[in-house]
Design a protein around this ligand. Structure first.
Ligand SMILES: CC(C)(COP(=O)(O)OP(=O)(O)OC[C@H]1O[C@@H](n2cnc3c(N)ncnc32)[C@H](O)[C@@H]1OP(=O)(O)O)[C@@H](O)C(=O)NCCC(=O)NCCS
Ligand SMILES: [Zn+2]
Length: 205
C-alpha cells in the first residue's frame, strides 16, 4: 500500500492487518510501527549475503539474537509465545531437545526462519476432521515449532526451501518430520500444499 512516500497501514481487530503491530501502540509510537513493519516486510539485516545458518539455541549469542529478532516478527503477527527460543528459556531444555534455528538469508537479509527441536511425542493429524492424536515413541524425530517467511517474500517457495534444508540436516523424509499444532491461518494451506493432504505427523511445542 504505497502512496508516494507515505505508507498507509490498515488496522483491524486492534492491530495492523499485515504485521500485527498493536494499533494502540502504533497510534502513540508511529515510528516504531513503521520500523517494525519494514523489518517484517523485508527481513532482518544479516551478516551474510545469502545462504542458511544453523543456530543452536544454546550457541553463539550474537546469532541467537538474530533468531530472537526473527521470532519477534512471527510473534507479533500471530500472537505466539516464544519461550522455546527466548533468552529466558533454560539452556538444559534446549540441549535436551536440541533446539535449533534455521536462518535463511537472501539479499543481505534474513528473510525466513524455522525453529526445530527433537520430540518423541507425536501422532497423526486428520485434515478432514482437524483431529490430532499423540503417542509416546521410542524414536525421536525433528519437530518444526515455527516456520516464518517475511512479508514481502511470501509464496516464493522460501518456506519450502527451508523444509528441504531441515530434511537434509536431519536426514529424514517429509513423512518423518513433525509439525507443531495448531496450524496457523497461513500454516494450514502451506502444509496442505506440501503434503497434498496426505498423512502429516504432528506434535506440540
Ligand atoms: C506459512 C509461511 C511460512 C509460508 O511461507 P512461504 O515462503 O510463503 O511458503 P512457500 O512459498 O514455500 O509455499 C510452498 C507452497 O505452499 C503454498 N502456500 C504457502 N502459503 C500459502 C497460503 N497462505 N495459501 C495457499 N497456499 C499457500 C505456496 O503457494 C507454495 O505452493 P507451490 O510450491 O506449488 O508454489 C508464511 O505464510 C508465514 O510466514 N506465515 C506467518 C507465520 C506462520 O503462520 N507460520 C506457520 C505456523 S504453522
Ligand atoms: Zn504493520
Amino acid at each position: 500500500m504505497l502512496q508516494g512516500k507515505q505508507v498507509l497501514y490498515k488496522y483491524e481487530h486492534g492491530s495492523c492487518v499485515e504485521c500485527g503491530f498493536s494499533a494502540n501502540q502504533a497510534e502513540y509510537e508511529p515510528r516504531m510501527h513503521r520500523r517494525f513493519h519494514e523489518i517484517w516486510r523485508l527481513g532482518v539485516k544479516a551478516p551474510i549475503e545469502s545462504g542458511t545458518i544453523l543456530v543452536p539455541a544454546w550457541g553463539n549469542s550474537r546469532l541467537v539474537k538474530y533468531v530472537y529478532n526473527m521470532a519477534r516478527l512471527a510473534q507479533e503477527e500471530n500472537g505466539y509465545d516464544f519461550s522455546s527460543f527466548s533468552p529466558r528459556s533454560d539452556r538444559d531444555g534446549w540441549k535436551r531437545y536440541k533446539t535449533m534455528a534455521f536462518l535463511k538469508a537472501m539479499g543481505g537479509r534474513f528473510v525466513g526462519y524455522a525453529v526445530v527441536r527433537m520430540t518423541s511425542t507425536f501422532g497423526n493429524y486428520n485434515w478432514q476432521e482437524g483431529k490430532v492424536s499423540y503417542e509416546e515413541h521410542n524414536q525421536r524425530l525433528p519437530l518444526v515449532g515455527m516456520i516464518f517467511t517475511c512479508g514481502s517474500k511470501r509464496r516464493k517457495r522460501i518456506a519450502r526451501s527451508m523444509v528441504t534444508d531441515i530434511l537434509n540436516h536431519y536426514r529424514v523424509g517429509l513423512q518423518d518430520l513433525v509439525w507443531a499444532v495448531p496450524f496457523s491461518e497461513d500454516g494450514n494451506p502451506f502444509l496442505k500444499r506440501l503434503y497434498n493432504e496426505e498423512t502429516i505427523k504432528v506434535g506440540y511445542v
